[in-house]
Design a protein around this ligand. Structure first.
Ligand code: DC
Length: 237
């Protein structure tokens, strides 16, 4: 007998593919909770960078602590909706609420680096599984269909060429008021993050075997959302 599929949508894919916007729209349409796993990696990266500055220890040293996984699992992490006019949600970690500071390019980079560490992944994966235990979630990230929710009923993997993803990111930064953007550096960072996320040993970025693949290079956000919703509706639980 095959295992029971869960009322969970997973949306994985590389940086800059539009996962966040699309996942939030899908969650709204289905009245599901939106679970942004990338923000959790970013929040932990932010905390580690802060502790690193305060203690002078390297991130590697900090995560070597025997109790690190327990500490991460015990973290009070809460995903909060975006402030009005902002695109990304915020994260409450302990008493602190983090928002735009998580979106800095360096924080994405550091999140990617620490996400290759077993101690970090096991801590955050357990929290994510707890958050999704009741079902009715749209989980977004790199490994939500492969590792976090392997029994999710609807799995999607979004992709687009690196050039198109870099163009989208540049448009987004311009819309936010940025003037001097080093476009070549941005593309190089995106390619480096792709390489690191796809080639790491643990939970690498890759489509789940049963994921539905969407190449979004030539599609608008609405077209992707409609395709995903159509697929979900034509494959009921
Ligand atoms: O989606 P994002 O750009 O906010 O994610 C930041 C980094 O966090 C990403 O480069 C890799 C890591 N990440 C991960 O390893 N697994 C996830 N499920 C989500 C993010």
């Amino acid at each position: 007998m095959s295992e029971q599929r869960l009322a969970i949508v997973t949306i994985d894919g590389p940086a800059g593919v539009g996962k966040s916007t699309i996942s939030r729209l899908i969650a709204d349409q289905l009245a599901f909770t939106y679970l942004d796993t990338g923000s959790m990696y970013r929040a932990l990266a932010y905390e580690l960078a802060k502790t690193q500055k305060a203690t002078g220890k390297s991130v590697q040293e900090l995560v070597q602590d025997d109790h690190f996984v327990e500490q991460v699992q015990a973290l009070e992490l809460e995903l909060l909706p975006p402030l009005q006019g902002e695109e990304y949600g915020r994260v409450r970690i302990g008493k602190q609420v983090l928002g735009s500071e998580l979106r800095a390019e360096e924080m994405g980079q550091l999140a990617s680096e620490i996400s290759a560490l077993a101690q970090v992944r096991s801590g955050l994966t357990a929290i994510q599984q707890r958050m999704g235990a009741a079902g009715k979630v749209v989980a977004e990230g790199r490994d939500t269909g492969t590792v976090v929710f392997p029994l999710a009923a609807w799995k999607f993997f979004l992709d687009a060429t690196p050039e198109e993803r870099a163009r989208r990111r540049i448009r987004q930064l311009r819309a936010g008021g940025a003037e001097c953007i080093d476009e070549a550096a941005l593309l190089a960072n995106l390619l480096a993050r792709d390489r690191a996320d796809r080639n790491r040993v643990l939970a690498p970025l890759q489509p789940a075997e049963d994921a539905y693949l969407v190449d979004t290079s030539l599609l608008s956000i609405n077209e992707v959302v409609n395709e995903i919703l159509q697929h979900i509706r034509s494959h009921p639980l």
